[in-house]
Design a protein around this ligand. Sequence first.
Ligand code: FES
Length: 113
Amino acid sequence: MEPDEWVEVTSLRDLERRRRRLVVVGGEQIGLFLVGGTVYALRDVCVHKGRSLAKGTILHGRVICPGHQWAFDPASGRPDGQEGCQPTYRVRVEDGAVYVDPRPRLPVGEGNR
Ligand code: FES
């Protein structure tokens, strides 16, 4: 783990209690979500009309935007039945601490390996 890429943002215990939260890392507004025991990170500003995903809900394994209820796959950032893609970020959990790499990943099929 290269320390300049990973930023500690919260604890797993905190996410177990809240399920979702907004953090700001390197100028990026990042929504963290605990879904099915896994921590995911999505850009918090919705790709549709800019609402905060961290103010939404988690339902049936999807992150639901509070704006117009688009349902995002937290792993890929893809909304069910809609165009576009929410940028995602790499997440690591070590010793109860949650780390995020604030460099957004490219959507699947658009250049990431
Ligand atoms: S702003 Fe997110 S679904 Fe419309």
